[in-house]
Design a binder for this molecule. Structure first.
Ligand code: SF4
Length: 200
């Protein structure tokens, strides 16, 4: 090492760079060496996705958008989980030409060992106000980065500009033109549009 290199301190990352690096580090830690390696990170992500996506989004192509991967790669991941008995194909009652992917009982049991649980517990341990602010910040970053990359933003009905709650009974989705039940309201959706940008 040269004398000059020994004397010059390494440049310190600014706050934004450090935050971005921390996010990537956290994501890597979830599936690090001490995690449950029964499934690959992509398989865990797929299993988790199909357990939390709504009936409009439980397709391999929607998963490919969520996982920011190609349709071919997403399809291979789904097929591998079907072969393991963790996912299965069901007829889509809204569109007989397509199928929906559902998590099997074995898949739900496997999710009990999800390596993401350690991070969930760490987040749950935060004081409520910090947790809420953290979730709001991450949601904002997700929306901003998706806009930057021209990819869909995934979110839930309660925060969606397509969700109409003015009716007398259940909420209504103006995008899919469907009534929304409790399960729909709590699930991830590929058609989500952040309320600040989507509500008209
Ligand atoms: S209201 Fe939004 S998030 Fe809910 S189903 Fe419709 S598009 Fe998806």
């Amino acid at each position: 090492m040269s004398e000059q290199a020994r004397q010059s301190p390494a440049p310190q990352p600014d706050g934004a760079t450090h935050a971005a690096e921390l996010l990537v580090h956290l994501a890597r830690l979830v599936h690090g060496v001490s995690a449950n390696t029964a499934l690959t990170p992509a398989q865990w992500t797929a299993l988790r996705y199909f357990a939390s996506a709504n009936r409009f989004s439980r397709t391999p192509s929607a998963f490919s958008e969520f996982h920011a991967t190609t349709r071919g790669t997403a399809s291979q991941t789904v097929k591998s989980l079907i072969a393991m008995g963790l996912l299965e194909r069901h007829t889509n009652e809204a569109d007989a030409r397509s199928t929906l992917i559902e998590v099997t009982a074995l898949g739900h049991a496997r999710l009990e060992e999800d390596p993401l649980r350690d991070l969930i517990q760490c987040i749950e341990a935060l004081p409520e106000d910090r947790r809420r602010a953290f979730v709001a910040t991450l949601s904002q970053l997700g929306a901003d980065l998706s806009r930057c990359r021209a990819t869909p933003t995934f979110g839930k009905c309660g925060d969606c500009g397509h969700c109409d709650t003015k009716g007398s009974s259940s909420a209504y989705c103006r995008c899919t033109q469907s009534s929304l039940n409790g399960d729909d309201m709590n699930a991830l959706c590929i058609d989500f549009a952040p309320a600040a940008h989507g509500r008209g």
